[in-house]
Design a protein around this ligand. Structure first.
Ligand code: GLY
Length: 577
């Protein structure tokens, strides 16, 4: 109840009724959105992201004639300044593009890489247990950053503006500062104790006081501005070589880290073939390995496809039973088969094939939960955070971007490289530090994702496009570590199987199960009666105040753009033109 009220309030606050009225005067919109959960509506361009200044930085590129890729790069750099808990230049991510001119989708992998000196057991204590401090909070928790290479790759190959133009809003925000919004104040307040343990993070984010800056106070980041200017002047060499690289390596050497100048200089973003699947006539295009996202969203949707979902009723016990059991099957496969495709053969086609999933579906019992301990990964003949942030963009030319990037935990490793103003990621914890033991998200992962020099750790990030009649219809994605996949799957199911509007689909309460631990987390808003029925069906349920994901999406329908940011976290903003 409390959750639903918040959702309604946020939806109304984000979407003043005047926007819809203006659109109607022009002959649209053609979706009947009713009166609640109104999306933002635009005709020419839209950036749906986690923070207002960065969404507007992206929109400014669209307004000067740039395309969605220019806007994505501007938003990506700006979030490194305005959303330091997840926006970044020293992390990594995935960008999925739809290019109007060629009518193609392109997937850019700019995931972090393990340094060349990384070893399989580098996060183990002498007794064989996982050293969590080292895996989460040390300089060795950081993979070689990919964000700068990825954003510049996207811009140089698919953008239309120059780097100097698209990076300038980020530089201005860092140099001139901005008033601390409520969301940043709250994020820094909850992370203050952790950040204060690192002198440089304490200096940069907490003014050396171990307390968060006040809401509304001016927050400047001069070191970060200088780091961004080196990128502006020298492109990727301004980050992976020269002063910034030297400062990173100096900090590695000071703290016993493994990353070298050669690791930085050799980092490359890679274009990969996206995962493609379908659901009831819609085409899904999503993240391939080293993300597990596209594979498992596809599995969950396809496992559910034959069931009469709408007749069962949205979030009814009968529907949630099927949903939870499908999630368990997908995450069991994740533990066995997924990893960096450059190191291990990932049987993507098999895992999402009808034959394989028809067989897996037979394991879903009628109205009785199967204990996770009885579920093993499927047999495939050939053999592969709660943080992070996502934005979705559409432009006037028909290009669409779905981008998810991360430094893993909130504020990454909590370590700022002195003199750079940037936080190091702790993405190395997305490897299996000890195959078979849970990582920071409780995920059990296998040998296919063991730490390995030069490999990319397995991710759950799921930037996704849904095509309708072959054209982009929805761009979506979410943060949330292991919960990304289930948040995205439910949002899509809500639209495609339950005919919900984007706003309602995003706001509706979610559940999450990841096979191990054998526990379904349910958000506030799932009724106690439903929980009771699920428990009577032997489901183990964790009722939690914690939310699942934060989905930011754009939908394109009859030439109109509809955007919605998830009300689960403060600060989301749809910039419209
Ligand atoms: N760091 C979270 C993910 O990549 O899944």
């Amino acid at each position: 109840m409390r959750f639903m009220s918040l959702a309604v309030a946020a939806a109304i606050a984000l979407n003043p009724i005047g926007v819809a009225a203006q659109a109607e005067d022009q002959g649209g919109p053609l979706i009947d959105y009713g009166t609640r959960f109104l999306p933002a509506i635009a005709a020419k361009g839209m950036v749906a992201g986690p923070e207002e200044l960065a969404s507007e930085a992206g929109l400014a590129m669209l307004k000067i004639g740039g395309n969605a890729i220019d806007a994505a790069v501007a938003t990506g750099f700006a979030l490194a300044v305005t959303l330091p808990r997840a926006g970044n230049i020293a992390g990594g991510g995935f960008m999925l593009l739809h290019l109007a001119e060629t009518d193609e989708q392109v997937f850019i992998d700019y995931r972090e890489m393990a340094p060349a000196l990384a070893t399989r057991d580098m996060f183990l204590n002498e007794d064989g247990s996982v050293n969590k401090q080292m895996a989460y909070n040390s300089v060795n928790a950081a993979g070689v950053p990919g964000t700068v290479a990825g954003l510049i790759h996207a811009l140089e190959n698919y953008g239309s503006l120059d780097l100097k133009t698209v990076i300038q809003p980020a530089i201005d925000l860092a140099e001139q500062g901005f008033e601390v919004p409520a969301a940043l104040h709250l994020n820094l307040r909850s992370a203050a104790q952790r950040l204060a343990k690192n002198d440089e993070a304490n200096r940069v984010y907490l003014a050396g006081t171990a307390t968060a800056p006040l809401m509304g106070s001016l927050f400047k980041q001069p070191d970060l501005a200088a780091t961004l200017k080196r990128i502006r002047e020298r492109g990727r060499d301004g980050f992976y070589k020269g002063k910034t690289a030297e400062l990173v390596v100096a900090e590695m050497q000071r703290q016993g880290g493994l990353m070298t100048q050669a690791d930085l200089a050799s980092y490359q973003a890679i274009e990969r073939t996206p995962v493609r699947s379908s659901f009831r006539g819609y085409e899904l295009v999503s993240a391939p390995p080293p993300s597990s996202g596209g594979v498992h969203v596809s599995q969950i949707l396809k496992l559910l496809e034959p069931f009469p979902l709408k007749e069962l009723g949205h979030n009814s016990a009968a529907y949630l039973h099927l949903l939870i059991e499908s999630m368990k099957l997908a995450y069991a496969d994740r533990s066995e088969y997924l990893g960096d495709p450059d190191r291990t053969a990932v049987p993507v086609a098999k895992l999402i094939s009808d034959d394989f999933l028809d067989q897996r579906r037979t394991l879903i019992r009628d109205a009785v939960a199967t204990p996770s301990s009885e579920i093993r990964p499927g047999t495939v003949e050939d053999r592969e955070s709660t943080e992070t942030t996502h934005f979705s963009i559409a432009d006037q030319f028909g290009n669409v971007v779905s981008n998810t990037y991360t430094i893993n935990f909130s504020f990454g490793s909590g370590i700022v490289v002195p003199g750079t103003g940037m936080l190091l990621n702790n993405e190395m914890d997305d490897f299996a530090a000890k195959p078979g033991s849970p990582n920071g998200y409780g995920l059990i992962q296998g040998e296919s994702n063991a730490v390995s020099a030069g490999s990319r750790p397995l991710s759950s990030m799921t930037p996704t496009l849904v095509l309708k009649n072959g054209k982009p219809w929805i761009a979506t994605g979410s943060p949330g570590g292991s919960r990304i996949i289930t948040a995205v799957a439910q949002t899509l199911l809500n639209v495609m199987a339950f005919d919900m509007t984007l706003g309602l689909a995003t706001s509706a309460p979610r559940v999450h199960h990841q096979w191990m631990p054998d526990m379904a987390m349910v958000e506030p808003g799932i009724s106690i009666d439903t929980v009771n029925i699920l428990e009577a069906s032997q489901h183990k349920i964790l009722r939690s105040d914690r939310t699942i994901g934060r989905v930011n999406s754009v939908q394109i329908e009859d030439g109109w753009l509809y955007g919605y940011t998830d009300p689960r976290r403060p600060g989301g903003h749809v910039a419209t033109w």
